[in-house]
Each structure stands twice: as structure tokens, then as C-alpha cells.
Ligand binder design. Structure first.
Ligand SMILES: *[C@@H]1O[C@H](CO)[C@@H](O)[C@H](O)[C@H]1NC(C)=O
Ligand SMILES: *[C@@H]1O[C@H](CO)[C@@H](O)[C@H](O)[C@H]1NC(C)=O
Ligand SMILES: *[C@@H]1O[C@H](CO)[C@@H](O)[C@H](O)[C@H]1NC(C)=O
Ligand SMILES: *[C@@H]1O[C@H](CO)[C@@H](O)[C@H](O)[C@H]1NC(C)=O
Length: 734
């Protein structure tokens, strides 16, 4: 029998993929699938790779819903769960269709009153602002939506609202002016002709008036319902002057809903479509021109309001585990297109809300599957350490055209201080795909020691380690030089005089083996300032030259020092040295290697430095649609509609074995699963057992990650169920 294996190659190297078959002999062999996925171990062009924003998944809430969201701790707890992992606070966009029906009444006592005039209107008073200011943590970035539709008194009310909101909400970051203006005619907020030119001239007018009152104000323009179905597009808006040359515009926003529950769309909503990767790709590609326009105008593009299904979501679609898998796939695809964030739109009770903050008619509080998708993403973007500056760069893995049931992403750490792999482990980037063992030139730089003994100062320099890939034409190797300085307290110098003792020594070690010469060591034993320790290392071998970096480090400190004066150490005076430190200096050594093993494509694909942009995480989503028939999983306590009749996919749930390359051989990886009983499940979702409390939104049970080890051949094996997400984390990549 022939197990069918699909080989999926990473685009970063080459977009080849091919199917191979292998024979399994023996009568007990079972027909099964195994999928081989090659992810690039190193990001080839880090500069071009999109950086994933730390607030990738953010929230969008209507102005009038804010009071409800802030009545419970659920919103805050879910924000905190994300923050605790990623170090980024989900941003909050307060806006939506209610923006253009909202006015500010400075004398109104109540925070908000619904006013059923000829048209519905929400009236906000000054006490609305402290509700927002006090609920959201100080570092929450708030985007606030203003009314463009109501032109009364030349938008005076809109300007007053902006000024009051800016004063009342310290977290205020940017304003939107008008929501989904491309639908203004349909929504009876304007009459034809209403074009992007009309919009931009009105937007500009309002923005100028706000700018006159708040000089450093920032805006998030556009907020179109989608990709210019009515001739509204970002390019024209930018051309009309809504540009960073004229306004501070960190982001341009467009909305994205792949399906609609409005009118006729209602019956066409499909859960299956949320699990179609090819469809998602097609939908997101429609935004390419708008993304380019935003960037061309010096801003970023953002999905400023988004969810699975517009018009409040579709029951049995938006509130299922399928929506959670969709969120993961969508947010990562969006990030890979350099969209800054996806602001998931929620109301207090509807089908697409990620969580329900408070009980309402027929519904109870609850955390729906999408929150698990959000948390899975938080794990994917989790910082290696609390105060880490690491950013993750994202690269989607190219897939065969027909593989709409799988989606794979590599996340790379931008921390190029990540050391080269330990000796004995092949350098990443070599022979990926071919899986050959890596040849190296065995010795390039030998360990050397030099000891400088002077005025009681001892320096031991140890230069060690390096393996250079034969296939590399020019390779950079990180050599760690460990310098130990000991300063005896009995060292004597004139009292109250700083010692600045330049010692220049030329040390030649060995000579007989001819391997290494340390030409110069200049050492300043001195005042407690940063001191340069430049050194030049030469390899006396086939004329190959090796250069080093310069590294700063504080050497000594003394209490008695007053002013730095150059002096010579004498044996007569005493100084109390207080420092005794060990300094580790990292030195980059470039070694041009004469031998070229396999030049050409392979060599070009190799990184020019070992200080790598390494693969840190991989996300594998199997979007094959398995429906659960387990009644319990179809019931959601925060879902208003009863569960659909019990139905499910026939037969047992399938499992695929996956072999994935890209992580460094020998590494132990943490594996987390985004799991539930099926695509249609509304409850019982978890991230490897991690669950949230339906009452408070706080983490109720912790995750129990699995552990898998990368084999010597660079592959890691694991299984993935139909309708499941897997996250692999190499915690050694910081
Ligand atoms: C427009 O704003 C004015 C106040 O500036 C208000 O009196 C009027 O009711 C608003 N119109 C609508 C339709 O909300
Ligand atoms: C799974 O359920 C959804 C409805 O929730 C339906 O659209 C889809 O066809 C079902 N798929 C299968 C394979 O049964
Ligand atoms: C996804 O899972 C299904 C069911 O287990 C499997 O048949 C399919 O091959 C998997 N897709 C890939 C590309 O691994
Ligand atoms: C992964 O699976 C392949 C093929 O079944 C096997 O050759 C390899 O040894 C496995 N690697 C590990 C680390 O288990």
C-alpha cells in the first residue's frame, strides 16, 4: 500500500512542492496520510518580513455598548490574558454604525440616553468618559468614532464631542470620522451623488476643525465597509489629501466581513466557508491595493472592524469553533499582509460576539470559542521573557493550490542576538529540503588563552568555537570571548586619583601551531565609564583574515576617584577597587572559506550571518471540516438560539501525522492545541486544556502543553486532528 504523503514547501526558499510516495511493506500497514511541511528555518529577507503587532487581536465595540462591556470584568480579564502573554494590550476601537447617530450633550447628567427621535439617536453626557477612562488599563490605545453624518451647524457637535472625549479619556489615541461612509447613501445618511471626493472634502473639513483644537490629534480615516464596492477606495482618499503629509494618520482602516447576515445574505451564511483557506486568501487579496495605498501615504493598514459575518453574526456559524479557527487563520494572514490589527467587533448579545459580558434577554454571560482562538494567538506571540523586546516576523508557508484544508505560518524572532546553534548541530538554513547532513570545516579558530598580568590585573581571553559551513561562501560565526578580570583590593595608586592606565600589550600566543594571534589588547583600567575593548584577531592560515567587533564594557570602579587623570600605576598608593566582574564579549568573526561545496541557489539561500532570524514558532491549522454530533458540545450557555439538531460527520475523526522541518535539530518544542469537538462545537473549546470561566472571563484551568523533540534530521513529528490547530514553540529562540 502507498501512504499518500504531501510535501509542502516553504516559499522563502523555493516554491517547489512535490508529492512523493513511499512504500510500506508488510501486511499490517494501514492506509493513512502523512503530511510533510517544510518551513524555512531562517527568514531570508527579514527587512521585508511583516512584524506582527503585539495588539494583533483587538476589540471593536459600539459607543452605546461600552457601558455594558464595562459593567463586568470579562472584557478586562480577556484583555489581561492576552497582555500577560504578549506584553501588548488589545486596543479598543469605540465605534460602528452608532457613531453617526451619536451626539454629545455637555449638560446631560446620564452617561448615555437612547433617544427615539424620527431617527434613533444616542445622546452622551460628560459622565460617559470616566466609564471608559477608569475601566481600561492606562496603556490601552483607544480609537474613538465621531459622527460625520450629522452636519448640523457645520459639525459643531462632532468637534465638541472630540474635544471632550480627548480631555476625558487619557487613553485616547486616534479618531475616526464617519463609519462605513461607502454605505451612507444606502443607509439614508447622504443622498447621491456621494463619492469619495465628497467624503474626503467633508472628512478634511472636520479633521481640520479638530486639529485646530487638538494640535497633536491622530486619525484613522476611511472605515469603509469593505474594499470599495461603491467606488470608495483608499488610493483616491489619499490622493485627495488624507495623507500623513497633512494629518497624523498612523492607520487607515477598512472593514472585513467574509459573510453577511443582512437581508438576503442570511440564508447563504456557511460555517464551512470559514474553514476554507483558499477562500480566505482570495478575500484578503482584494485588499492589496488598499494596503499599498495606506503604506504609500505613510500609514499602516488595519482591519478596524471585522468579524465572521456582518449584521451581528450568524447563529451556528459565528458562535462556533469554526469561527475560532477562522480567527487564527485570518489574523495571521492579515498580519502577513502587514495589516496592523484585526479589531473584532462585538455587541452585548449577538451571535458574533466573542464573549458576553453580562446576562441579557435569554442569554447568560459566557466566553465563546473565538476567545480560544484569540488566546491561541497570544500563545503564538508570547514573549520569551517578561521584559523582552522580541518582535515576531511572520511568513506564511506556501501551500499547494488544492490544499484549502491546511494553513501554516512560521513566526520568526527578530532578536538577532540569538546565538548560533550549539556545536555539533547543523546550522539552520543548510540543505533544507534535501535533508542531507551538513558538512563543515572542522577547525577554523582554536581556543586560545592569553594572560596579561599587570598591576594585579589578570585578563584571560578565551576564544572558542566555530563551525563554518562548507557550502557557504562567506559565513559569519559568533565567537564568544570570555574575559575575566580580577582586581585585588591591595592595588596601590595615589589617593583621590583616578587611575586611567592604558596598557598596550602585544601578545603573541603560540606561534608554533600558527593558528591564532591576538594582535592588540588595549585595556583601560579605570574610572567607571564604558570602556572599549577593541581587539583584532587574525588567523594565520591560508591567508584567511578574521575581523572582530568592538564591545563596550565597564571594567573597574573605584570609590576614591574624583577626576580622570592619566597616571602610571605605582606601587606606593592604595585604592579600593570595588569591582570584580566577569564580562562576556561577543565577537563576530567573518571567515571567507575558500572551498565552495555547492554554490548557487543553496549558498544564496543561506544567511549572511549566524545571528539568525530563527524560526521561533509554527502554527499548523488543519481546516478539514469535522462536525461534532456530541449534543453537549453544541450547546452554548451564552447563545440565544437553541443548538441545531444533532448532526455530525460520519465515522471517527481523522488524524494526520505531520512531519515538519524548520526548527533546529535536537530542540525540545512546546506543543499547544486549539481544540474542540468539531467545527460546529459551541462549547468545550480549549487551548490544550486551558479554559476561561464563563462567569468572569478569567482563566479557569491552565494549559497542559505537550512536548515534542526535533530529530537529528531536522524534522519534528506530531499528529493533528481534522479541525484542529497546533502551535509549536521553540523556547530556546528568544
Ligand atoms: C444632529 O445633531 C443635532 C445637534 O447638533 C441634533 O439636534 C439632531 O437631532 C441630530 N440629528 C440626528 C438625526 O441625530
Ligand atoms: C457541518 O455543519 C455545518 C453547519 O453548522 C454545515 O454547514 C456543514 O455542511 C457540516 N459539514 C459536514 C461535513 O457535515
Ligand atoms: C487535514 O486533515 C484531514 C483529516 O484528518 C486529512 O485527510 C488531510 O490530509 C489533512 N490535510 C493536510 C494537508 O494534512
Ligand atoms: C519522524 O518520522 C519519520 C518518518 O516516520 C521518521 O523517519 C523520523 O525518525 C521521525 N523523527 C522523530 C524525531 O521521531
Amino acid at each position: 500500500m502507498r501512504p499518500n504523503a504531501q510535501r509542502v514547501a516553504a516559499s522563502a526558499f523555493f516554491s517547489l512542492f512535490y508529492v512523493y510516495t513511499s512504500f510500506v511493506t508488510g501486511s499490517h500497514a494501514q492506509l493513512g496520510t502523512s503530511t510533510v511541511i517544510n518551513v524555512s528555518p531562517i527568514l531570508q529577507n527579514a527587512a521585508a518580513a511583516p512584524t506582527v503587532d503585539r495588539s494583533l487581536v483587538s476589540f471593536s465595540m459600539e459607543l452605546m455598548a461600552i457601558t455594558g462591556f464595562t459593567e463586568s470584568e470579562i472584557t478586562k480579564n480577556i484583555m489581561n490574558a492576552w497582555f500577560d502573554k504578549t506584553g501588548g494590550r488589545p486596543s479598543v476601537r469605540i465605534g460602528g454604525s452608532g457613531m453617526d447617530k451619536s451626539i454629545f450633550l455637555p449638560d446631560q447628567k446620564e452617561a448615555m440616553i437612547y433617544n427615539q427621535l424620527p431617527e434613533s439617536r444616542w445622546d452622551f453626557g460628560p459622565s460617559y468618559f470616566p466609564i471608559i477612562a477608569n475601566y481600561f488599563p492606562k496603556d490601552t490605545e483607544i480609537t474613538f468614532g465621531l459622527n460625520l453624518a450629522n452636519t448640523t451647524d457645520n459639525w459643531k457637535n462632532t468637534i465638541d464631542f472630540a474635544v471632550a472625549a480627548k480631555q476625558g479619556i487619557p487613553q485616547m489615541d486616534r479618531f475616526e470620522i464617519g463609519n462605513e461612509v461607502d454605505n451612507f447613501v444606502r443607509n439614508n445618511l447622504r443622498t447621491n451623488p456621494w463619492t469619495v471626493t465628497d467624503y474626503s472634502s467633508q472628512w478634511t473639513k472636520v479633521a481640520n476643525m479638530i486639529k485646530a483644537k487638538i494640535s497633536d490629534v491622530q486619525f484613522q480615516p476611511a472605515a469603509y465597509a469593505g474594499t470599495s464596492p461603491n467606488g470608495f477606495d483608499l488610493k483616491q482618499l489619499v490622493a485627495a489629501g488624507v495623507h500623513n503629509n497633512n494629518y497624523r494618520i498612523p492607520t487607515y482602516s477598512l472593514h472585513f466581513y467574509p459573510q453577511s447576515y443582512c437581508g438576503a445574505g442570511r440564508d447563504a451564511t456557511r460555517l464551512d466557508s470559514l474553514a476554507d483557506h483558499n477562500l480566505l486568501t482570495t478575500q484578503l487579496n482584494l485588499f492589496n491595493a488598499d494596503i499599498a495605498a495606506a503604506e504609500g501615504a505613510g500609514g499602516l493598514f488595519t482591519f478596524g472592524e471585522t468579524n465572521s459575518v456582518s449584521c451581528s453574526g450568524a447563529p451556528d456559524v459565528s458562535d462556533t469553533f469554526g469561527a475560532a479557527l477562522w480567527l487564527v487563520n485570518y489574523a495571521l494572514s492579515a498580519a502577513a499582509k502587514r495589516a496592523q490589527r484585526v479589531y473584532i467587533h462585538s455587541t452585548l448579545t449577538t451571535a458574533y460576539s466573542m464573549f458576553l459580558p453580562k446576562a441579557g434577554d435569554n442569554v447568560r454571560t459566557g466566553v465563546r470559542p473565538m476567545v480560544y482562538g484569540m488566546y491561541f494567538l497570544a500563545e503564538a506571540l508570547a514573549l520569551p521573557a517578561r521584559n523582552s523586546n522580541t518582535k515576531f516576523l511572520i511568513s506564511p508557508v506556501a501551500l499547494p493550490n488544492n490544499a484549502g484544508d491546511i494553513s501554516v505560518y512560521g513566526l520568526y524572532s527578530n532578536n538577532n542576538n540569538n546565538a548560533a546553534p550549539a556545536a555539533g548541530i547543523p546550522k539552520p538554513g543548510i540543505d533544507v529540503g534535501k535533508r542531507r547532513s551538513v558538512s563543515t570545516i572542522t577547525t577554523t579558530i582554536r581556543v586560545s588563552k592569553s594572560v596579561v598580568l599587570q598591576a594585579g590585573v589578570q585578563t584571560i581571553m578565551t576564544t572558542s568555537l566555530s563551525r563554518v559551513a562548507k557550502s557557504t561562501v562567506v559565513s559569519a560565526v559568533t565567537v564568544t570571548t570570555r574575559t575575566v578580570r580580577r582586581v585585588p583590593v591591595t592595588t596601590r595608586v595615589p589617593v583621590t586619583t583616578t587611575v586611567v592606565k592604558p596598557t598596550t600589550r602585544i601578545v603573541r600566543n603560540g606561534g608554533s601551531d600558527g593558528v591564532m594571534t591576538i594582535t592588540t589588547i588595549i585595556m583601560y583600567a579605570a574610572h567607571p565609564t564604558v570602556v572599549m575593548v577593541p581587539s583584532v584577531v587574525r588567523r594565520r592560515q591560508t591567508g584567511i583574515k578574521t575581523m572582530t567587533t568592538q564591545t563596550s564594557s565597564v571594567i573597574y570602579e573605584t570609590k576614591m576617584v574624583k577626576a580622570p587623570v592619566v597616571t602610571t600605576l605605582t606601587a606606593a598608593t592604595t585604592i579600593s577597587w570595588i569591582s570584580r566582574r566577569i564580562t562576556t564579549i561577543k565577537t563576530t568573526v567573518t571567515v571567507p572559506v575558500a572551498a565552495r561545496a555547492t554554490p548557487g541557489a543553496r549558498a544564496a539561500a543561506e544567511p549572511s550571518t549566524n545571528k539568525g532570524i530563527y524560526l521561533a514558532r509554527a502554527v499548523v491549522l488543519n481546516l478539514s471540516r469535522f462536525n461534532s454530533s456530541d449534543e453537549a458540545s453544541l450547546i452554548c450557555r451564552s447563545c440565544s438560539k437553541g443548538s441545531p439538531p444533532g448532526f455530525g460527520t460520519q465515522g471517527p475523526r481523522k488524524k494526520t501525522s505531520v512531519s515538519l522541518s524548520g526548527f533546529q535539530p535536537g530542540r525540545k518544542l512546546k506543543l499547544l492545541r486549539l481544540q474542540a469537538a468539531g467545527l460546529n462545537a459551541k462549547s468545550g473549546a480549549s487551548v490544550s486544556g486551558l479554559t476561561f470561566s464563563d462567569d468572569t472571563g478569567a482563566i479557569a484551568t491552565q494549559a497542559k502543553p505537550e512536548s515534542v523533540t526535533v530529530g537529528a534530521d531536522g524534522n519534528v513529528n506530531f499528529s493533528v486532528l481534522a479541525t484542529e490547530g497546533v502551535l509549536l514553540v521553540d523556547e530556546a529562540v528568544k
